[in-house]
Design a protein. Structure first.
Length: 203
C-alpha cells in the first residue's frame, strides 16, 4: 500500500508535459516493435518535449541528444519508407562482431571525452553516466533507423543505466518509462529475430 501511495503521489505531482512525453515514447517503441513507420511521428513529438525537460534539470547531454533524436526521427521515417533492393520495405539486418567492437570503442571514447569536459567545465549532474547513455543512444538510434537487429540488446544496457540517471533527477515517470521499455525490449527482440529468420528463409 505504501508503494502504491508513493506512486499515486508522484502521478499527481508529475508535470503534464512529462506525462505526455512518456506516453508518446511508449507508443513509439510499441510501433517500432511492429515495424510501423508511424513510430517516427510519435518519436518526434515526444523528443521535442523531453528536450526542454532535460535542459531544465541540468542533463545537458541528454538535452542535446534530443536534437539528434529529432533529426533521426526524420531520417528513420525516410529510411523506413524507402524500398530496399528487391523488396517493398527496409529489411532487418545484423552486424558482424568487428562492427560491434568498433561501435563500442567509439562510444566509450566519446563518452570519456565529453564526460571529462562536462565534469570540469559545467554543473552537469552525473556527467560520465550522462555522456555514456547519450553517445550510446546516438549509435543505437541510428541502428534502429537502419533496422539493425542488435539495437535491442544495446537498448537493454542503455535503458537500465538511464533508470538510475532519471531517478537521481527526480524524473520518476521518465524512470518508470524506461522500466517499461525493458519489458518491451524483450518482446521487440523476440519479434525482430523471428522476422529476420523468416527473411532468411524467403531469401
Amino acid at each position: 500500500m505504501e508503494a502504491l501511495s508513493l506512486l499515486s503521489h508522484q502521478a499527481a505531482a508529475t508535470p503534464f508535459w512529462e506525462t505526455i512525453a512518456v506516453i508518446l515514447a511508449i507508443v513509439y517503441l510499441l510501433l517500432v516493435v511492429r515495424e510501423n513507420i508511424a513510430c517516427w511521428y510519435a518519436a518526434f513529438v515526444s523528443t521535442l518535449i523531453f528536450l526542454v525537460i532535460f535542459w531544465h534539470v541540468n542533463l545537458y547531454m541528454e538535452s542535446a541528444l534530443q536534437i539528434y533524436y529529432l533529426i533521426m526521427a526524420v531520417y528513420g521515417w525516410y529510411q523506413w519508407r524507402q524500398p530496399a533492393s528487391g523488396t517493398h520495405y527496409l529489411p532487418i539486418s545484423t552486424w558482424r562482431w568487428y562492427q560491434h567492437v568498433l561501435a563500442i570503442t567509439i562510444v566509450l571514447g566519446a563518452s570519456t571525452l565529453s564526460g571529462y569536459l562536462l565534469a570540469t567545465h559545467t554543473d552537469a549532474r552525473l556527467p560520465w553516466l550522462d555522456s555514456f547513455t547519450t553517445w550510446a543512444s546516438v549509435l543505437t538510434t541510428w541502428m534502429v533507423a537502419r533496422k539493425i537487429l542488435e539495437n535491442w540488446i544495446y537498448w537493454l544496457v542503455i535503458d537500465s543505466l538511464s533508470i538510475y540517471l532519471y531517478f537521481d533527477r527526480a524524473l520518476y515517470f521518465t524512470a518508470l518509462l524506461f522500466a517499461v521499455y525493458l519489458i518491451i525490449i524483450g518482446f521487440g527482440l523476440h519479434r525482430w529475430i523471428k522476422t529476420y529468420q523468416n527473411q532468411s528463409i524467403s531469401d
